[in-house]
Ligand binder design. Sequence first.
Ligand code: CP
Length: 286
Amino acid sequence: MEREEIEIILQTAASFKNKTEVPPLQGMTVINLFLEPSTRTRASFELAAKRLSANIVNIARSESSLLKGETLLDTARNVEAMGADAIIIRHPASGAPYLVARAVQSAVINAGDGMHEHPSQGLLDIFTIKEKKGTLEGLKVAIVGDVLHSRVARSNIHGLLKMGAQVYLTGPPTLIPAEIERWGVSVHYRVEDAISGADVVMPLRLQTERRAGCFFPTLREYATLYGVNAKRLRLADPEALLMHPGPINRDIEVTSDVADGLSSAILEQATNGVAVRMALLYLLMS
Ligand code: CP
């Protein structure tokens, strides 16, 4: 996406915030095809579709015919044949939504694909920063932890740089992708160097389901060296926002006092996720 496209989504999301029943997608059908666990993304896409008056059907892997051997493309073509105007996909494989988008006419939205991208999360994070800070231009955003496995980090990096923010990455060397500086970010191996003076501090979830625990000696060492705690957060700008995409591993990537503290925008991220996803559905389907 270009900056102008992101701006349109942010403006549309702002117009939908706090709207609970509007008619633009009346008579249209959305399929939530979630083949990996999710709380926030699945619920907020469902709420977004309902608030726009669309019909929505949830399909989870554990209750689907994927378990009987049906392919992803056959699943997508069958739900399209039943009248799906949009298919929202979360999938453990990077690229799965793009494969589906080539095979169907319905709008396809990536709700998180493997280690690749989580675009609606990046957009809701950018919306939240803009809402709290007024602009992203020139802000210093420190992204901390398991960057290697994080689709949230990748989508945020692309979006934040387009919006004029500076992105500082920090984490264990084994969890920072090789040559990521070529994306236009700076990399620091002392967490304090990345957080110092930051306007936004974003610890990432340690992705144990992607075997992140094999990339450093112990969880205690990880928390000691890279966990965001009150002492480290004091190095950031006094007005800094603490953000986390969720779900949180409390007292590993972030301490509970910080996650629940006054700087925390974590629950506002969840609130804004609904408005941003309303904007995405509206712009793609109406
Ligand atoms: N942030 C996020 O994607 O959370 P869920 O996995 O709960 O959807």
